[in-house]
Design a binder for this molecule. Structure first.
Ligand SMILES: [Zn+2]
Length: 378
């Protein structure tokens, strides 16, 4: 991964390059930011830069043997760690070694991803994921090995907030004094859940979400038409993974938009027939689409809440296409009901991901919404 292939994040790249130039980069670094940012890809590009035999001022050379190995994810001293859950047929003592092949295939196609994408890939989306103490032992062993490449050894640890406390404690000493020429990069989406003993041992870099313009430019650079890129970047609000999904399948999101429109109209007018028509249509979607649709609804709510802060009319290409007046919808959301509306949707997403019955969950959410939308602002 070259820096130039990681969309946006100009400031972050500059900080990393500066720290290398001035030899101020620590052996343990924590990249943290909201989900949907390209932190993982940035860490990979940074590791490649450190391993590159002929790095330029702004990027790896891309042609030395280390760069070539990085491009194929086959640099022998690059180790990945990530949350996982027990899968059928797995050995009793389980660590990330068992999942390496799946993981490499998974990250190879993706610039940005979330934990859910990964757990879905393993088909364990409903299980509790963690990084266990066996895995911490494996990582320490990896770093104690001699470097095969002659270059630095890396651990890229995705979501350290999922470290079991005993695993986290086991890693503390390694974070403080890793073996020679070892670099540990932690990628976190929620530093509040990290032990302070971990964060205090790392150099920290905040990873921002890309701006709408950066997102649009990136989408166009990978061959998406200007119109689709414009729609996706304005809807996704800085979430690269969502922008990609929308851009690659805009019809699907248009149909989610239509569903939301029908749903909210049914709820607002409290027409039971319309509400059940929505519930039936929603329940007929496959499980993944249901979750994706709900996340998109949540996104729409966020945009509607942001209206008072934006002091202007709401631009949302998908809803403009549908002639759903988001401005009008935003005006029935206010301080009294907006937080609760958000909570109702989040709860529905949570219940669905625990394999709840879609019809029951959405009927329940509909009646809550119906009441909420008719709460008058004081
Ligand atoms: Zn190189």
């Amino acid at each position: 991964m070259l820096f130039k292939d990681v969309p946006g994040l100009q400031e972050e790249k500059k900080k990393l390059l500066d720290s290398v130039r001035r030899a101020h980069n620590s052996h343990a670094q924590l990249f943290y930011g909201l989900s949907g940012t390209a932190s993982f890809s940035l860490a990979l590009a940074y590791a490649q830069y450190l391993a590159c035999k002929n790095p330029g001022d702004e990027d790896s050379c891309g042609v030395c043997n280390h760069c070539k190995q990085f491009q194929k994810l086959s640099y022998p001293d690059l180790h990945f760690s990530f949350p996982f859950a027990r899968v059928a047929g797995a050995p009793r003592e389980l660590n990330c070694e068992y999942f390496q092949k799946d993981w490499l295939e998974f990250i190879d196609k993706r610039l940005v991803f979330g934990l859910n994408d990964w757990l879905n890939q393993l088909d364990v989306a409903n299980k509790q994921a963690q990084i266990n103490v066996d895995e911490a032992t494996r990582l320490i062993q990896k770093l104690n090995l001699k470097s095969y490449s002659g270059g630095p050894k890396f651990i890229i640890l995705y979501l350290p907030e999922y470290l079991h406390p005993s695993a986290a404690n086991k890693l503390l000493k390694t974070l403080e004094e890793p073996s020679d020429n070892s670099i540990i990069l932690l990628i976190s989406e929620n530093t509040e859940r990290l032990l302070q003993t971990i964060t205090s041992r790392c150099q920290k870099l905040y990873i921002s979400r890309p701006s709408e313009v950066e997102l649009r430019e990136h989408l166009q650079s990978i061959g998406i038409t200007e119109e689709a890129a414009r729609t996706a970047s304005s809807v996704a609000q800085g979430q690269l993974d969502l922008a990609l999904k929308i851009a690659q399948d805009s019809d699907r999101y248009l149909s989610f938009g239509r569903l939301f429109q029908n749903w909210m109209r049914g709820c607002y007018s409290a027409k039971v027939k319309e509400i059940f028509a929505f519930v039936d249509e929603f329940a007929a979607l496959d499980k993944e689409s249901q979750k994706e649709a709900l996340r998109f609804f949540l996104q729409t709510l966020e945009l509607a809440f942001s209206k008072p802060r934006m002091n202007g009319s709401l631009q949302h290409p998908i809803y403009q296409n549908l002639s759903f007046k988001l401005d009008g919808f935003a005006s029935v959301l206010h301080t009294l009901n907006s937080k609760t509306a958000y909570d109702v949707l989040e709860q529905a997403i949570h219940d669905l991901s625990r394999n709840g019955n879609a019809k029951i969950i959405l009927s329940d959410a509909s009646f809550k919404f119906s009441n909420l939308l008719r709460v008058k602002e004081a």
